[in-house]
Design a protein around this ligand. Structure first.
Ligand code: FES
Length: 236
């Protein structure tokens, strides 16, 4: 049985058990997000998807829809906060977009454009992070990791391998590879793993395939991330 709530004044139908994000996506309404992926259990960590429900802030990817709730998402106040979170993600890592193979296909970059981010605003941390080129097929560039945990969830829940994990706490949290050496080559990771397909930024990159699609012709070069909401509904 379907019920309804309102999202920025629009009536949204939902099925029992659906989250606000799921119902909004199904209705074709884009809510910015980075750690949400329709094929995985929500992680609720990036907070980009924060909305106001009856005046109180909550993550829309984890909050179940309730009939009659009044949800605000696309407001100047909420988008300001999302922009600040995005700026923080940019300065916490080392994101050199013009030289990144993922440029134009990167959800972080596309979200920054969507939110009208014009500068990083904060001082860059310039963290000292490694690149792991040990694997024959895949390069890991930890500089771009935004700790969404999608590779962790994909490797654990789909591939059944637990190749990745998040280690440390707070600002020291970082992505690690589960091998004694810490190197991807010493795991059973392959290019065909689900974990190889889900990185929303440019951490997990296929070797020897640089710039196969020219800049200017990539997904978010052609359409803004907000227009991809239907693609996400079906999985991507
Ligand atoms: Fe909801 Fe990241 S998408 S917290």
């Amino acid at each position: 049985m379907s019920h309804t709530f309102t999202l920025d004044g629009k009536t949204i139908y939902f099925e029992e058990g659906q989250t606000i994000m799921q119902a909004a996506t199904k209705a074709g309404v884009f809510i910015p997000h980075l750690c949400y992926h329709p094929e995985f259990k929500p992680h609720g960590s990036c907070k980009l998807c924060t909305v106001k429900v009856n005046g109180r802030q909550t993550a829309s990817c984890t909050m179940r829809a309730i009939a009659g709730m009044v949800v605000e998402s696309d407001t100047p106040e909420i988008n300001d906060e999302r922009r600040t979170l995005t700026q923080m993600l940019f300065v916490e890592g080392n994101h050199f977009c013009p030289s990144c193979e993922k440029s134009g296909n990167c959800q972080l970059q596309a979200t920054a454009y969507h939110l009208g981010m014009m500068s990083p605003h904060f001082d860059h941390f310039f963290p000292d992070r490694p690149v792991d080129a040990s694997h024959p097929e895949v390069l890991l560039d930890f500089n771009r990791c935004i700790l969404c945990s999608l590779c962790v969830r994909a490797s654990r829940d789909v591939d059944g391998k637990n190749v990745f994990a998040l280690s440390g706490r707070g600002i020291d949290t970082h992505l690690i590879v589960n091998a004694k050496s810490g190197q991807l080559a010493d795991t059973n990771f392959t290019l065909h793993d689900k974990a190889a397909q889900v990185c929303p930024v440019g951490v997990i990159l296929k070797k020897r395939e640089g710039f196969a699609v020219p800049i200017g012709e990539r997904s978010y070069d052609k359409q803004p991330i907000s227009a991809t909401v239907e693609a996400k509904q079906e999985g991507y």
